[in-house]
Ligand binder design. Structure first.
Ligand code: WQD
Length: 335
């Protein structure tokens, strides 16, 4: 019985597929390459030495999606497919609501049609909006999302809760990611944002490589230890392993709806990240203090206790690992 990984050629999807294959799971992957490349699919096979079926389709294409379920014995689904650029979502909300929410609905309807009810959803800490208190637990208030991307995650979580309420034979795991960074140690897969990166680590890496001139630190007047924004950065491989644990939990349970924060429980500021990157790589990161970015919050980091207790999962990789592996990936891409 196979696990269908949608958006499996993307940053989190490709790393998760590596860990699922390493754990001996059978995989079927779909991706439409709207924000990824076939090269990532091939590199997952190269890293693991394992093969799997791949379909280049958009999950909104119901007919083609049904063909995947006809041709394979799908037992569970991990949904990574979806657009994820916060800034772009503000400019093009309809594109995000259609792709992320309608896509999830078509996927869930197709699962229902074929009697597949085990579902892992790639959610995000953005569903907490501007948290009242930190560290954030899974019972912290959700809502007040500050961009359409985050709102799509919030709405899909609500759809999943309503599906489970209507039919509690579903077996659903919602994983709320904090800030994924880093890359597989092979340097063969990593974060490949299209155009100028929105996120901090891909920007730092491109300043260190000389591709971009200078990092703008968005504000140093926040109520944090050094005035710059604090986030819970988690190595993408730790995040990927969290998905293996989530699938194994669904395999054990017959039904349920489970929500977990996937974070380290530690918060680091922008300047902490700059300094950690410089000491891990020996590179210099040229930066300037710039005005705050609209929609940013001061501090966000997880309480990951529930995932440790119920999934037997915790992040193990260090900030140095995150910086070194991010740099190693770009060095390999540039060579
Ligand atoms: C981190 C910190 C910025 C860029 C977003 C999404 C979230 C998730 C991760 C998908 C903040 C500062 C950044 C720069 C900077 N994505 N920064 N200069 O905004 O915490 O979260 O990405 O799930 O859903 O919301 O991540 O990396 O953009 O910012 O100073 O050029 O770095 O102000 O404090 P964010 P980020």
């Amino acid at each position: 019985m196979a696990i269908l990984v949608t958006g499996g050629a993307g940053f989190i999807g490709s790393h998760t597929t590596v860990e699922l294959l390493n754990a001996g799971k059978e995989i079927v992957m779909i991706d439409d390459f709207s924000n990824s490349k076939m090269e990532a699919v091939e590199n997952v096979k190269k890293i693991t030495g394992k093969d799997f079926k791949f379909y280049e389709i958009n999950y909104l294409d119901r007919e083609k999606l049904e063909k995947v379920f006809e041709e394979n014995k799908i037992d569970s689904v991990i949904n990574f497919a979806g657009f994820k650029a916060v800034g772009e979502s503000v400019k093009e909300p309809l594109k995000y609501y259609y792709n992320n929410i309608s896509g999830a609905i078509v996927l869930l309807q197709t699962m229902q049609k074929y009697g597949v009810k085990k579902f892992v959803f790639s959610s995000s800490a953005t569903v907490y909006g501007d948290p009242e208190t930190v560290p954030i637990t899974e019972t912290s208030k959700v809502g007040g999302t500050t961009n359409p991307y985050g709102t799509t995650k919030l709405y899909i979580e609500q759809i999943l809760k309503d599906i489970y309420k209507a039919d509690n034979s579903w077996d659903i795991c919602i994983l709320r990611y904090f800030n994924p960074v880093g890359a597989h140690s092979s340097g063969l897969i990593g974060e490949e944002p299209q155009g100028i990166p929105n996120n901090l680590m891909p920007y730092i890496v491109r300043v260190a490589s000389g591709e971009l001139e200078q990092l703008s630190v968005f504000g140093n007047d926040y109520n944090t230890h050094d005035g710059t924004g604090v986030r819970d950065y988690i190595h993408v491989v730790d995040l990927a392993i969290g998905h293996v644990k989530a699938i194994e939990k669904l395999d054990k349970e017959n039904s349920g709806l489970y929500i977990y924060n996937l974070g380290t429980g530690k918060g680091y500021s922008v300047l902490d990240m700059v300094h950690a990157f410089e000491s891990a790589t020996g590179k210099t990161v040229n930066y300037k203090i710039a005005p705050r970015r609209t929609g940013d919050i001061a501090t966000c980091f997880a309480d990951p206790t529930k995932a440790k207790e119920e999934l037997g999962w915790e992040a193990k990789k260090t900030l140095e690992d995150m910086c070194r592996d991010s740099w190693n990936y770009i060095e390999k891409q540039m060579s």
